[in-house]
Every structure is written in C-alpha cells, then in structure tokens.
Ligand binder design. Structure first.
Ligand SMILES: NC(=O)c1ccc[n+]([C@@H]2O[C@H](COP(=O)([O-])OP(=O)(O)OC[C@H]3O[C@@H](n4cnc5c(N)ncnc54)[C@H](O)[C@@H]3O)[C@@H](O)[C@H]2O)c1
Length: 381
C-alpha cells in the first residue's frame, strides 16, 4: 500500500505539541504533504520541520482541500472554525481528524456528523486523554464488572489558577466558551466513555464569570503539567472562568461536571491538574489519579481500597510527564486510514459531549433545564 498523504489546517499550539510530532512517528505509512495557517510563517515552519521536501504551504484551506492527492486532514484551528473546515474537507473527499471539542455548538456538530454520513468519509475527534494510562485501566476495571451498575459519576477538571495565556482560549468569538468547553470536555468525554452511557434525559448548569475579569492577574498564574500558566489579560477575557453541570441520564444515572481555570478552591482535580473521573456503582467505585486508579470495593465484608496500575502517563515526548509511549491517537488513526482498524473516538460520542456542554451554557443563560428529545437532541426553546 502506498503512503497516505496528510494535510494540516491550523499550525499553532496543538499542531506542534501533538499532531506534527505524533504523525512524524507514523512516517512509515504517511507523508506530511500540506500545511495551512492564516499566519504563513506557522505553516512554513511546520512544513520545514515535518513536511516532505515538496510539501505545500497555504493560507487558504480551500486551496489545500483542492489537492485531490491528499487522503486526510487534521483540523487544528480554534473551535468556531471546526465545523466549516471539517464539512468542507469531508465534502472534498478527505478523512478528518478534528481537534476537540467537536464543535462549539450542537448545530455545528450536527452538520459535521451529517457531512460524515453523506460522504462516507471517516471523522474522529482529538480526545487523547482517553489514552492516558489511568483512563485505559479504569475502562478495563469497569468492563471487568468491578463496579456493577454505575449510577453516580463526577467529571472534574479544576484549576485554581490556570488560564491558558497562549492561543485564543479566552476569546469567546473564536472558542465559543472557556474552561467548560476546553478542559471540562475531556473529563466529560472520559466519563461518558467509561460509563458507556450516552443517553441523556436532561441537563442543568451554571457558568460563572467571576474571576477572569475581576482578578488582578499579576502573579496569579500557576505551574501545571502543561507548563507555566502565566498571568492573563483580564481586559480581553470574555469567557466563563468556571462552570458546573448536572447531567441526568435516561437510566437514572447522574453525572456532576465541574470545570475551572480560576476558582478559589484549594483542591484541584486529579492532583496534577488533569481530568478526574469518579464512578460509583452498586458493587464498587473508582476514581482516576495520574497513572493509576483507586478502586474501592469489598473483600471479606471489609471496605477495601485497591490501587490499580502504577505508571507514569504521557503520549508525546515533551508534552506530558515521564517516559512517553507512542501517540496512541495517531497510531489508531493511521491504522483506521489504512483499513486495519476502527476509530477509537467516534464523532457520535463526541457529538453527545458537545450537546451536553452546549446545554449547560444554555441552561445557565436561560435559567432552566434542557431536556433531550427521543432522538437525543437537546430541546432549546
Ligand atoms: N486535545 C487537546 O488536549 C487540546 C489542547 C489544546 C488545544 N486543543 C484544541 O486545538 C484547537 C486549536 O488550539 P490551539 O491551542 O492549537 O490554538 P492556536 O491558536 O495555537 O492555533 C490555531 C491555529 O489555527 C490557525 N487558524 C485559525 N483559523 C484558521 C483557518 N480558517 N485556516 C487556517 N488556519 C487557521 C491560527 O492562525 C493558529 O495558528 C482548538 O480547538 C483547541 O480546543 C486541543
């Protein structure tokens, strides 16, 4: 089989942290042939560092998509542009790996799903937290039946002070929201996937715009596993700084979701600032910590804690802590492109995450719950 030709649309933070080094590890199977960014220097730099000698550079993604030899593209732009570019790419006959969240709104995500179905091309979303060791272990613990029927869960990603000061994360017009859509999305995706429950009854939520603008950000940054969160610009900050959601599933299970970049809470989630999942079932419970899972269960009638797994996690050298395994996300993606395996993150699953996050914002704005209809669509009236 000849090598697949891959293009990249958006050559900013996540392209350089994850996709370019990740796909460079797949060079036995792929050629990185096209790079597009509104800022030409970014596309040129990516092409020089990762591209084939004849790699093309673009500033207009339509020109990249017009190249019929390209098999697949990665959509790595701010959230608001995911829908338009992904739909155009699918229509142009490309398979698409789009960054998370799938889209900023339910309506946009629906268009992407419809385009996937119309074109028959593959679409997956970049929820790489699923591959962190603790989350892989937690899924196996659930699948092996240690928890029984899961009826309560918490999906948490809390930073006390951790506003991203790179990219456009605090710009609502480009991202559609703040920590809920940026990091809460990972915690919720993991939780739904571990529960294997995507049937939502209703969502109630509140997002807070308290600290982002009010705090004097000088010296308020913190160091996290992602690096140094510097002080942020509180004059241009226009997204929420924290949000909570209560998600009732059709089978009666409940998920409480919390996300923040800035909140006056001493305990951050996950110990090292990572997405944290708590699951409570009829037989036992678990919560995820960096590299391992804490299982609470009963042995000989005694309440017992078992630590499952003890590995440092990571997925790309230099991005996360410790010795890094290969990029599972790209491994799975390239296998799927070669027809040798299935996608791991389906667009249908990511669509539910986007519907829930959109419903939390709606519920907060309109001060009421959002019910989901029989087709699984939120009723925004
Ligand atoms: N999976 C993760 O953990 C993770 C982490 C960070 C960011 N992300 C996601 O990745 C996406 C990009 O975030 P980022 O941090 O790389 O942002 P960024 O601002 O650093 O990079 C985005 C790039 O896209 C370019 N761009 C914008 N519109 C474009 C267009 N129409 N055509 C071509 N290029 C365009 C910008 O010029 C910029 O260089 C976001 O959706 C974000 O949520 C995911």
């Amino acid at each position: 089989m000849s090598k697949l030709k891959i293009g990249f649309i958006g050559c900013g933070g996540i392209a350089n942290q994850k996709h370019l080094p990740g796909m460079a590890q797949q060079k036995e199977y792929v050629d990185l042939v096209a790079f597009c960014d509104l800022i030409p220097e970014r596309a040129e730099k990516a092409a020089k560092e990762y591209g084939t000698p004849d790699a093309k550079v673009y500033t207009d993604y339509h020109d990249l998509l017009a190249d019929k030899s390209i098999d697949a593209v990665h959509v790595l732009t701010p959230n608001i542009a995911h829908c338009e570019i992904t739909v155009a790419a699918l229509e142009a006959g490309k398979h698409v790996l789009c960054e998370k969240p799938m889209a900023a709104t339910t309506a946009d995500a629906k268009k992407m799903l419809e385009a996937r179905d119309r074109t028959g091309k593959m679409l997956t979303i970049g929820y790489q937290y699923r591959h962190f060791h603790e989350n892989t272990v937690a899924r196996k613990v659930v699948a092996d039946g240690w928890l029984g029927d899961i009826y309560y869960a918490e999906a948490t990603y809390l930073r006390r002070r951790g506003v991203p000061t790179w990219g456009v994360f605090t710009d609502k017009s480009k991202q559609g929201g703040g920590p809920l859509i940026d990091i809460g999305t990972h915690a919720l995706d993991n939780t739904l996937f571990m529960m294997n429950n995507y049937d939502v009854e209703y969502v109630v939520g509140t997002s807070f715009e308290k600290l982002g603008r009010l705090l004097d950000p000088e010296h308020q940054g913190q160091v996290s596993f992602m690096g140094d969160h510097d002080s942020w610009n509180n004059e241009t900050y226009d997204v929420e700084d924290s949000a909570v959601g209560h998600i009732k599933m059709k089978n009666g299970a409940v998920i409480n979701l919390r996300a923040s970049w800035a909140i006056n809470m001493a305990e951050e989630a996950g110990g090292d600032n990572a997405a944290h999942v708590l699951l409570c079932g009829t037989k036992g419970g678990l919560d995820t910590l960096a590299g391992r899972v804490r299982l609470n269960h009963v042995i000989a009638n005694q309440p017992t804690i078992s630590w499952v797994g003890n590995q440092v996690r990571g997925f790309i050298p230099g991005f996360s802590q410790g010795p890094a395994p290969v990029s599972k996300e790209h491994d799975i993606w390239v296998k799927a492109l070669r027809g040798e395996g299935d996608l791991f993150v389906t667009a249908d699953q990511a669509f539910v995450v986007t519907k829930i996050l959109d419903s939390i914002y709606y519920s907060s704005k309109h001060n009421k719950p959002v019910y989901f209809d029989a087709e699984g669509m939120p009723i925004f009236d």
